[in-house]
Design a protein around this ligand. Structure first.
Ligand code: ZN
Length: 311
């Protein structure tokens, strides 16, 4: 008998920069006008998704990982390794940087560091992202931070839907208003906030982490062109990146197609259109896991998916 696809019931986070696009454009049934993030495939304690239907309905993804490791090909690890989110920014997010595993392990109580990547789904004309900085030496970096010379320091890049950005630990980065993207990341939430545009949240500025930022920011920044890939191939399946923690592909289904995967399990997000995966109807905003040993996945309809896996 064929194994079953595992569908997720996402959790949401509400933020000062959020809006309504996740409800209006992606159709999620989530109230509020400050919806910032949809944690589509997540076992993180701050948003541990429930399984939606099927044999495992009602279990949290963390419980599925702990009790049914066979679904994930028996891979090791004390926590589910990845996290897939859709982030939609009405306003700019704070400018931040993440540590690597080594720094987080020492300074953040054994936590993992965070490598992440972004696939831009939607962007108003003229949209930008913050990727990297302009300091040439650590001394210059510290001078610019201490002097509050944010406009000199921060590097903006122009982006459009279909751009893919890899954010290694140590990279200064931020999502700017008007952009919706899918993020694949290590399952960690350790973030150092470098600059928050002097905004107030509940009457107070949000906490900054300047010393940690000075410690972990990579100097100088690699060229933006080393971190941004334009997804313009007309392949049905285009691999966007393979790094130490994940592999990410874009799948375009037009009519029908089949795919089989050589990874222990696959995280799948429908980011545009609608159709079916085997007998299950899916549309934009659906998230599911293809379990180990599933075999061929048959897709039909007109849709675009982002598929993430272990490398
Ligand atoms: Zn980040």
């Amino acid at each position: 008998m064929k194994k079953e696809l595992i569908f997720m019931k996402p959790t949401f986070s509400h933020t000062i920069w959020g809006g309504t696009a996740l409800r209006d454009v992606f159709g999620y049934d989530e109230p509020g006008d400050d919806i910032g993030e949809c944690w589509g495939i997540s076992a993180h304690p701050q948003g541990d998704d429930l399984i939606d239907g099927g044999s495992y309905a009602g279990l949290h993804l963390s419980e599925l990982w702990d009790r049914h490791r066979e679904i994930f090909g028996g891979v090791g690890g004390d926590r589910f390794p990845l996290l897939t989110k859709i982030i939609s920014a009405r306003e700019d997010l704070s400018i931040q940087v993440h540590p690597d595993d080594e720094y987080a392990g020492i300074h953040e109580n054994g936590s993992l560091g965070k490598m992440e990547c972004w696939y831009v789904l939607d962007a108003e004309p003229g949209s930008r992202l913050v990727v990297g900085h302009n300091a040439q030496t650590r001394e210059e970096l510290i001078d610019m931070i201490d002097g509050g010379r944010w406009n000199d320091l921060i590097r903006h890049v122009d982006i459009a839907p279909g751009d893919f950005v890899q954010i290694n630990p140590g990279t200064v980065h931020a999502i700017c208003g008007g952009v919706t993207l899918l993020e694949t990341q290590q399952n960690s939430d350790v973030t150092y906030r470098l600059y928050d545009y002097d905004r107030l949240s509940g009457g107070k500025p949000r906490q900054l982490h300047l010393q940690q930022s000075k410690d972990v920011i990579t100097v100088p920044s690699p060229d933006a062109s080393d971190m941004i890939i334009r997804d313009d191939s007309d392949e049905q399946i285009a691999r966007l990146i393979t790094c130490e923690y994940y592999e990410v592909c874009r799948i375009s289904c037009s009519g029908g197609m089949s795919a089989s995967f050589d990874k222990p399990f696959m995280l799948m997000s429908v980011v545009d259109g609608e159709g079916a995966v085997d007998s299950h109807p899916v549309k934009k905003g659906a998230h599911f896991i293809v379990p180990a040993g599933y075999g061929t996945l048959n897709m039909s309809g007109e849709m675009k998916l982002i598929a993430s896996s272990l490398p």
